[in-house]
Design a protein around this ligand. Sequence first.
Ligand code: MRU
Length: 340
Amino acid sequence: MIINGRPYRTVWMEGTVIKTIDQTLLPGRFEIVSLRDHHEVAESIRSMIVRGAPAIGAMGAYGLAQAVSQLDRGDLNEIERLKQFLHATRPTAYDLTHALNTIFEKIARESDLPAMQQAAINAAEAYADQSVEACRLIGEHGNRLIRDGDVILTHCNAGALATVDYGTALAVVRIAHYEGKDLLVYVDETRPRLQGARLTAWELSQENIKHLIIADNAAGYYMQQGEIDIVITGADRIAANGDAANKIGTYEKAVLAKANNIPFYVAAPITTIDFQCDSGEHIPIEMRDESEILSIAGKRVAPLTSHASNPAFDITPAEYIEGIITEKGIIDPAGIGRLA
Ligand code: MRU
């Protein structure tokens, strides 16, 4: 992605230090943070310095490679423990599971520590590169759905910040924009963490893509007015039957889209598909701290005596999803099992 005229990835490694853009500070401040061990990596995922399923996956891959590079014995039990430690940070994004398993398998093929360390670093770099290419291809495939003049609604941030580069839903927007299509993106603000208003709007601003931020509860109004041509969101985990978990509020957008005859697409790499998970009801949903609801930008807005409940994701059943835009093409959710 281009930031202040310079190309950036969301996460990368320099020597044994992992670098990432601090997403909690955007759009007010653009800062790169350095993560020096697996404790800092785990905290960066938990606190959402880095967030978005593919970005969390890449952070996990680099995090495990970094942790192995700091060991003084090639003990697979210890590496498994580090893998579990990183895995315990956020439960819903399947890319994290996929990335950690991918790196671990590469390490487990080696028999001595230097070879394990080299294999881990190589695998993490390859993982990040493949993730970038998958997202670029998602953009290329999804672009076929977009006509000149289309108005696109998106929820949360499924942009470059949520991946290593390009994004998923926003990869489609980017590629269509690079082709010269005239687009308008309606950006759901995405309470409680405001990933839409803070991050999606910032990414679109950086590339001069026309957009309007709307309150989460305004999407139905604009759909009913005939303003929206297509809805595209990302996903955190897709079950084998095509049900998709994504940021809380996605399900209601999908139901509204169906009620208004608007096509609803999910854009996600294959690393987001959990082929072992039969259906959405088995996807673990992260519950986050009530403070995210009770306060806005650090200021308490609810009565001091009130409590809140804060699920971070919901499940959109496959029947509401017109297609899943992957790096292999646009797939009918019912046919997802064939990709396995
Ligand atoms: O809680 P977050 O910000 O990590 O949630 C992110 C989302 O819900 C994204 O839509 C999803 O990870 C897809 S990102 C390409």
